[in-house]
Design a protein around this ligand. Sequence first.
Ligand SMILES: [Ca+2]
Ligand SMILES: [Ca+2]
Length: 441
Amino acid sequence: MTISFGPVPRKYSDGPAMIGVDHFPSVRLPVAATFAFNAGKEIVGKVRRTGWTNGAARVFNQPNMLITTAGGTNPTDFTVTMIPQTAGGDPTGAEREVKRKFLFAQTGGTGFTTDVRMPYLDAELNTNTEGNLVTWQNVSSVWNGRLTPVTRDGASNYVGTTGLTTTEIANEWKLADPKYTMNATAMLRGAWTAGPTMTTLLNSGGYIPLSQPYNTAPFSYAGTESVGTIPNANIVDWVLVELRIPVSGLPADATSSTIVGRKAGFLLNNGTVVDLDGTTPISFDINKQGAGFMVVKHRNHLATMSNSLPSNAIGSYSNNFTALANVYKNPSLSDPVVLLPSSASYGMWAGDATKSNAVNSSDVTAIKAAISVITPAGYHFTDVNLSSTINSSDVTLAKQTISTIGSSSAPAKAASSLGSSSTPGKAASSQTQDKKSSVPE
Ligand SMILES: [Ca+2]
Ligand SMILES: [Ca+2]
């Protein structure tokens, strides 16, 4: 038997099947039925294949809707529900996605794995870049990207993945581009003197390394970001950008275990964080979709985190960390950023020479120790004002961080001498101690 959908049919006859559209009676085909699809035609809704065995890939709604099972005990039949955009196919939620919905079900079988290839139309891509597409599964209302393994073909319009467990294949599936743009603006107190831009002395001196410097503890980021030459004269230094998506959605739960993607890039002297080309906003793959918290880290400043940033269908998150209101503050810690001198903008606290996520007397000790040995100009963690040399200015800066009240640029002693200040003396003095990052560890 042959069902033909057009004048140039493609045929297969690898087993019995039952086809049908949601809400319409299925069509049962006899064993060894032969289907045929003409180019561009596909079956909307459910296609069920009976007499299922492990082994060869089998076609469902169209030639690139393929399922293969292996291992365990194979199911006795397999059903694919595929709804394209023209039939209202819209994956659950309002995240970035190809507008095509996939559901899978089977009868029987245990412990087998499934390889799947899912087709799409160019008209369903929306803002997704075709060459980046990966498969995603909806787990407890959160979309999880399966960045690997992935196979894709932009000419034949399909994306595939392999080795899905029976639990995974039972989820709702879709296709989406995992590469998100992070529009971030941040300032470093140490690289700021009077503004309006930060110093680029490390860059002009040729001291910025060509490979990202966050590959050691406590950052322990194994990324291979590197450049042949520093691509922009306005680059201040490397920074590390993360996106965190905690299950609870609460900032206090946005610990490092909730990182869904991260990358090292460059900070320009105007505060813009850019990618390795030195000009475009940094972007990287994320493996979960949802409301997120953006984190910017610098190797000798206190890391800073955004407030909750809404999930979106356009594939970008934005945060201006130079505004106090845009930075998450742990209520039990001091302000997360500091007012920059001669400016209304805020910057990341300077002085964490020991990379301890806090600025305290240990940092002052470390900087003084570095001064005491002859150290050539270069790229040093103890150079907290990014001047390339280590001297009393670095000590002063670390001490300022410790002595500053809250986020004010005024030192503690001056503020407490005001007496009638609206800031209670006790609260003020409690903030003149060590500074600690508000970013959950
Ligand atoms: Ca420290
Ligand atoms: Ca210095």
